[in-house]
Design a protein around this ligand. Structure first.
Ligand code: FAD
Length: 465
């Protein structure tokens, strides 16, 4: 009997229930489909593609040690899985669940196909601590507010991480053809903008496990204060590993629980860190209940907000009209706004595919509330440039900053990026690293007046209240 395991956002061999189930059944082959064709699936951004390339190379090696080949195919997910399962003569199919609307549609189509062809198909719970449909308020609705959501969940126990399958289930038959990873051209060539990503990241599951161990050993105790400081290595930097499933939330949770037991329990750090994992859950639950989270304001009164750039939000290319904000958008993207913390963040993002959370909030707030540009435009930029960009956390956090989302920061609470820099980067270490020309005459004047643009934003908000 041959089992096919379909990898998606779970590029790991440990704590992988779909892989274990396949290995319990007979010979195992693995498949990854680069799906840019199925309706509604959002094509990956540039930084994400870079990460994916390395994560797949790593997965291929890890699977090879178990004797399991990884097949690569490009096309519409449901068709490809059916083709490969047929070519292999697979009797069973397994995968770990996804939570986006279009992705669920694809998975449903595969299940239907399997049912019609007497192939056993089974899906598993692996990428979130809680399945979104299991979490409800007393009244039976999805939670709108984070604190009660997390209060009700964080007290539960989660399953321990699962082990590796044994190496006895390698694949012995003849294999269908696989495409070559290099031919997918996920890495940039001309120009090669990925130098900073290569310097910053090792996109392997082992590197994720090391980052987790190091964070828990050295930094979780100080996390409560240090997490807001972009000038310090205060956070875990696990987000891309979680995004690609090279680490599972169960693995992170179990390691954290162990650390709590043997030491860091005195400080609030572990609990605060755990609640950040809770925000990750909360974002995915929002996406599950609102598949159009990246395009539709959860608070519909924001549909009438007088953005400067309604057309930019509609079409990626943008058809710039008068005062459409295109120049300001470019300045923001390129880190040339004349606001040091925003420019530092945007340059960090461009160079490394990452931006510190505090700076993400400030940079997003500046785009939305000082430049008057629709959050969806910023969301798309982050989608293209972040190595951790995901279909839930990115739009949910943009909606949070915009004030249009669930349990969002109120619109009228507008960050002052200069005050934020003083508070969270007091010696200017972070800004100095990314904007070295800061204290020279070469540094730019601010593209907008902070006080005036703030008042304009409040006026816009008053018009939709
Ligand atoms: P840590 O502080 O060490 O947190 C641990 C983990 O908790 C993170 O790895 C992440 O998985 C999760 N987490 C922490 N904060 C959040 C949050 N606010 N929302 C959801 N999960 C969280 N995070 C993404 O993973 N992908 C995104 O596309 C993304 N886009 C964002 C866009 C904006 C405008 C903002 C303000 C935030 C965004 N975040 C996103 C959330 C957050 O900035 C990152 O998760 C965090 O900076 C990652 O760094 P870390 O791993 O060191 O975090």
């Amino acid at each position: 009997n041959v089992s096919l395991v379909w990898f998606r956002d779970d590029l790991r061999v440990a704590d992988n229930p779909a892989l274990l189930a396949a290995a319990a059944d007979g010979d195992v082959a693995a498949l990854y489909v680069l799906d840019e064709e199925s309706a509604g699936i959002r094509p990956l951004g540039g930084a994400a593609k870079w990460w994916l390339h390395h994560a797949l190379s790593d997965l291929k090696l890890e699977l090879a040690q178990l004797g399991i080949p990884l097949l690569l195919r490009r096309g519409a997910g449901a068709d490809i899985v059916a083709d490969v399962a047929t070519e292999l003569g697979a009797g069973s199919l397994s995968w770990n669940r996804r939570y986006g609307g279009p992705e669920r549609d694809v998975d449903t189509a595969v299940k239907e196909w399997a049912g019609e062809h007497e192939v056993r198909a089974e899906s598993f719970h692996a990428s979130l601590l809680h399945e979104p449909w299991t979490v409800r308020t007393g009244a039976g609705n999805p939670y709108q507010v984070f604190t009660p959501f997390w209060r009700s969940l964080s007290e539960q126990d989660f399953r321990a991480p699962l082990g590796l399958p044994s190496a006895d289930h390698g694949f012995r038959g003849s294999l269908p053809e696989s495409e070559s990873l290099d031919a997918w051209a996920l890495l940039p060539t001309k120009p090669d903008w990925a130098g900073g990503l290569r310097e910053t990241w090792t996109a392997t599951a082992a590197a994720g496990a090391e980052a987790l161990a190091e964070f828990l050993e050295q930094r979780v105790g100080d996390y409560t204060e240090a997490r807001d400081r972009p000038d310090q290595p205060g956070t875990s930097r696990l987000s891309p590993y979680l995004r690609w499933g090279q680490l599972s939330p169960f693995q992170v949770w179990a390691a954290l629980a162990e650390r709590r037991r043997d030491g860091a329990a005195g400080s609030a750090g572990p609990a605060v860190f755990a609640s950040e994992l809770g925000w990750r859950e909360f974002c995915w639950h929002q996406l599950y209940h609102h598949p159009d989270l990246a395009t539709v304001n959860l608070r519909r009164q924001f549909d009438d907000f007088p953005w400067r750039n309604p057309e930019l939000a509609q079409t990626p290319a943008g058809a710039p009209g008068e005062d459409s904000g295109v120049e300001h958008l470019r300045a923001w993207q390129q880190g040339r706004t004349g606001i040091p913390l925003v420019d530092a963040g945007q340059r960090e993002l461009w160079h490394t595919g990452f931006m510190h959370n505090r700076v993400r909030m400030v940079a997003a707030s500046f785009l939305i509330k000082n430049l008057g540009i629709d959050w969806r435009v910023g969301e798309r930029w982050f989608w293209d440039t972040l190595v951790d960009a995901d279909a839930a956390s990115n739009p949910a956090n943009w909606q949070w900053v915009a004030g249009s989302g669930a349990d969002a920061s109120p619109f009228f609470r507008i960050f002052n990026p200069l005050t934020q820099a003083k508070k969270f980067d007091p010696a200017g270490k972070y800004v100095g690293r990314w904007v070295p020309e800061l204290l020279t005459p070469d540094y730019l004047e601010p593209v907008v007046d902070l006080a005036k643009s703030r008042l304009d934003a409040l006026e816009g908000y008053a018009s939709i209240k």
